[in-house]
Design a protein around this ligand. Structure first.
Ligand code: HPA
Length: 272
């Protein structure tokens, strides 16, 4: 057993001990704007990432670093508030320990949420987008060093079509418009140039952000089904005259956060 495996086992053990009788079935990673969804968790037990050796150290303003266990609509869930981004220290496998721990606990579905810029003027600030596919523009992998043929992960339908159908049905029931499109992963932390955004549009991207893709790859490698949702916090660089900043992202995320978290809290139990 490697130290990494030890950390995963120790994290899974602590979560099982603290989390009560029902192991989580669905896990959620909360990005900017999605944090209010934690309030929908009943019988909540919080564990700081700092107590879970396989979990990352998280630093970015607006991201906590707490695992919340509990129930949503009768379904046992694990909600991860806080993620480590590849741009923080250059490691695309920053979330590997956390996602392996979820797999060790038997989690079958992972909902990844993020804030993103829109490449489509018709999908404006405050819109919600279901990710249908991604472009790994960073061309880095969280699977570096993985042994065996399992590392050659099939990413067709990485964003699980049946889970996407459920999300659309829930959005329709709530009368919430839900776009669907391709998410391009850019490393950041700098925002894109207008020329890069024109490139991404040409390549078929609908939204751009700095997370999610390595987590999707890790989850698919671990056999976990993935759903991903973007909260559009701005039109991407060059599409309007608004200057881009992290403060603007957080302000827009907060403004649209209630709708986003309401949809998410309804989608999660519908998946199980
Ligand atoms: N680009 C990259 N990441 C983002 C953006 C953007 O415009 N908005 C929110 N996250």
């Amino acid at each position: 057993m490697t130290a990494f495996d030890d950390h995963v086992q120790a994290s899974a053990k602590l979560i099982s001990e603290r989390g009560g009788p029902h192991p989580p079935r669905v896990a959620v990673v909360l990005g900017s704007g999605w944090g209010g969804m934690r309030d929908s968790v009943t019988r909540a037990v919080d564990i700081p990432y700092a107590e879970l050796p396989a979990f990352p150290e998280v630093g970015v303003a607006g991201h906590a670093g707490t695992l919340r266990l509990g129930m949503i609509g009768g379904v046992p869930v694990a909600v991860l508030a806080g993620r480590q981004h590849t741009y923080e220290d250059g490691r695309p496998d920053a979330m590997k320990g956390a996602i392996r721990t979820l797999a060790a606990l038997g989690v079958g579905m992972l909902v990844l949420t993020n804030a993103a810029g829109s490449l489509k003027p018709a999908m404006g600030t405050g819109s919600l987008m279901l990710v249908s596919d991604h472009l790994n523009m960073v061309q880095r992998t969280p699977l570096h060093g993985e042994p065996g043929s399992q590392r050659f992960v099939d990413l067709r339908d990485a964003y699980d079509p049946p889970l996407r159908r459920i999300a659309h049905a829930v959005a329709a029931r709530l009368h919430q418009p839900l776009h669907e499109g391709v998410y391009a992963w850019m490393l950041g932390p700098q925002f894109e140039t207008p020329a890069e955004i024109r490139m991404l549009r040409t390549l078929g991207a609908d939204a751009v952000g700095m997370s999610t893709v390595p987590e999707t790859i890790l989850a698919r490698h671990a056999g976990i089904r993935v759903l991903a949702l973007s909260l559009i916090t701005n039109l991407a660089a060059g599409l309007d005259s608004e200057p881009l900043s992290h403060a603007q992202t957080l302000a827009a995320a907060q403004a649209a956060g209630q709708r986003a978290t309401q949809l998410l809290a309804a989608v999660v139990p519908a998946l199980a």
